[in-house]
Design a protein around this ligand. Structure first.
Ligand SMILES: Cc1ncc(COP(=O)(O)O)c(C=O)c1O
Length: 226
């Protein structure tokens, strides 16, 4: 079957896509609508860390879907409590806030920092982020990102994200002002080309932010917990 047989026009064009329509995945492999198999080195841009459709994940999703999908976030549900408990024990952090995407997680962190600024730092709201950073595709996370390609898009951006240079503590210090509430970074910049922040830089940032009463936000959407 030719991929033109699919109603492709119903999907909004957001990027140029190859004509294959993928219908099945297993581990490292993908199959298209013609039955052709591909070794998938993309894996959903590194999100399928267990490969395509691993049985352990598929079984857990199917079992939960048959039991309860959602009672609403306004109520407790059992698996989310258990997962939050495991995550706090693994991460050493106190609490978990579940979201649907990385961008939404970062939006949550930005909102939490602004709330903290309003409550404890006389309305401070600026979050220092880094050249080359990528934090997502919502308006605020695009502003927080330091991607050149985002600069001309969807103006005006959300204000309050001055940029410093990764691994350059002095550049962070220069950006700190009375309205600064936090510093936010990826421990390894992913989209910028897999550029690690050095251990010394992260330690210095931890010290600097603690000394200046600022929050330190780590976007670990690519790197995972720690
Ligand atoms: C470091 C980082 N932050 C945020 C995001 C955005 O995550 P999502 O695409 O789930 O919104 C990504 C996505 O790749 C990312 O790599």
């Amino acid at each position: 079957m030719n991929s033109n047989a699919y109603p492709l026009h119903a999907l909004m064009d957001i990027t140029e896509r190859p004509p294959n329509v993928f219908v099945r995945g297993e581990g490292s492999w993908l199959w298209d609508h013609m039955g052709k198999r591909y070794l998938d080195l993309v894996q959903g841009w590194a999100v399928n860390c267990l490969g395509h459709s691993p049985p352990i994940l598929a079984d857990a999703i199917a079992l939960q879907a048959r039991t309860l999908i959602t009672p609403s976030p306004a109520f407790y549900n059992e698996p989310s409590i258990r997962l939050a408990d495991v995550l706090t024990r693994l991460s050493g952090f106190d609490q978990v806030f579940f979201t649907n995407s990385g961008a939404e997680a970062n939006e949550g962190a930005i909102k939490l920092a602004r709330k903290y600024g309003l409550r404890y730092r006389d309305g401070a709201y600026k979050i220092i982020t880094f050249e080359g950073a990528f934090h997502g595709r919502t308006l605020a996370t695009m502003s927080a990102s330091g991607k050149k390609a985002f600069e001309a898009l969807f103006e005006p951006k959300v204000p309050g994200f001055p940029k410093a240079q990764l691994n350059d503590l002095a550049s962070v210090e220069r950006r700190i002002g009375p309205k600064t509430v936090a510093v936010m970074l990826e421990p390894i910049q992913g989209e910028a080309g897999v550029l690690p922040a050095t251990i010394e830089f992260i330690r210095d940032l931890r010290r600097l932010t603690a000394e200046r009463g600022l929050l330190l936000i780590l976007d670990e959407i690519q790197t995972g917990i720690g």
